[in-house]
Unconditional design. Structure first.
Length: 384
């Protein structure tokens, strides 16, 4: 009996000795199972194909160029975008983003194809940094990828401000984050870019363009956001600027019916136009060449959720834009009515049909500044 008690005591002692090691082993195994593995990769893609038909004779359906001799391609099938992208998450705070549009190979790919190519590090919600080629924050459209736009494409002002280095894909660096003013969340971004577009060997001069954006979230429930945009810079030793205001608001009319609205306006020096002109025909003052524009985009969305059909949408963007309103004004009014069907979540599949109606203050033969009425059918498929 004595030997039995001694044996039991020895077993109990050994159990207490090895228990910490067993617990450590179980904890280590749990930590290994819960450990997040890096790098992580996320792939995404977008296809946008179109059929275009111009109801105005003598105007090219893709470029909008008017031909006085009537020799123009008035209708065509077109691949607008074929994007492939990858986000490589190296740590919880550090990632690298790449995005290419292979549809750009259909024409001279110089200065095209590669769109996003940047590294991003986020310290916390208040401070983050981005370096490389990206879209600097300067309006509503910069925060919306092409596949979730409420119209066929970006506005005319977005394109022209992109040509001047404020929007679209630019090379540079940016700081971003969120902070609170009282109880209002404010999103900010400060950017410094070369200002001569994407896929460039270097800056066109020693000047840089500096821009900032503040977005005040006035109502999360109704998506009421008010944005302020401003930028200054130097191009070929000339001072340039750009400013902008924007507002979004959503109104749920019924359980399934939502009215989504966007309003945006911008103004700035059109230095791209100024330096494209022969010095003999332009003025000496670059401030004589200014562009300005505004658009209003209401989108009525009915969330039907019937089998594979997610929603039906109706929108009509109205835009006024003048790329040189001071000394050679030729205002352009554009109406873009559109109806769309959404399949799946987040515009996984989308079919859109509508028109783009352009009316200029004065028509200039053999240029793109000419009235035209373009019919569009667009199909979209995306994965993410």
């Amino acid at each position: 009996m004595k030997h039995l008690n001694s044996f039991l005591s020895l077993k109990i002692l050994l159990l207490f000795l090895i228990l910490p090691f067993l617990s450590f082993g179980q904890t280590t195994e749990a930590n290994v199972q819960n450990e997040i593995k890096y790098p992580q990769f996320k792939f995404q893609g977008l296809f946008q194909g179109r059929y275009l038909s111009n109801f105005s004779n003598g105007i090219d359906a893709v470029t909008g160029l008017q031909h006085s001799d009537g020799d123009a391609v008035g209708n065509t099938f077109d691949i607008k975008r074929m994007r492939l992208g990858v986000t490589a998450k190296l740590t919880e705070s550090f990632d690298i983003v790449l995005l290419a549009n292979f549809a750009d190979f259909k024409s001279d790919p110089k200065g095209k194809v590669l769109e996003n190519a940047f590294a991003r590090y986020t310290f916390n919600k208040s401070v983050g940094f981005m370096v490389g080629q990206f879209r600097p924050a300067f309006g509503i459209e910069e925060t919306n990828p092409a596949d979730i736009l409420k119209s066929f494409d970006y506005s005319n002002q977005y394109t022209e401000f992109g040509n001047n280095g404020w929007t679209s894909f630019q090379i540079g660096a940016s700081m971003f984050g969120v902070f609170n003013v009282a109880e209002i969340p404010v999103t900010y971004a400060i950017s410094a870019v070369n200002g001569n577009g994407k896929d460039q060997i270097s800056d066109k001069d020693n000047g840089k363009q500096y821009s900032s954006r503040l977005v005040f979230e006035l109502s999360k429930k109704h998506n009421v956001n008010f944005g302020l945009n401003g930028g200054v810079g130097e191009v070929y030793n000339s001072k340039v600027f750009a400013v902008g205001l924007d507002l979004t608001a959503d109104f749920r009319l019924t359980d399934k019916l939502i009215l989504q609205t966007q309003l945006e306006g911008k103004q700035g020096i059109n230095h791209n136009l100024y330096y494209s002109l022969d010095p003999k025909v332009r003025t000496e003052n670059i401030n004589d060449y200014e562009m300005r524009g505004a658009y209003f985009l209401p989108n009525l969305r009915y969330e039907i959720k019937y089998q594979k059909l997610t929603a039906i949408e109706f929108s009509c963007r109205y835009e006024y834009f003048d790329k040189n309103f001071k000394i050679n004004s030729n205002g352009r009014q554009t109406y873009t009515p559109m109806a769309g069907l959404e399949f799946g979540k987040g515009y996984t599949g989308r079919i859109e049909i509508g028109m783009q109606l352009d009316n200029y203050q004065k028509n200039i033969p053999n240029t793109t500044s000419y009235d035209n009425n373009l019919f569009i059918i667009q199909f979209q498929g995306r994965f993410f």
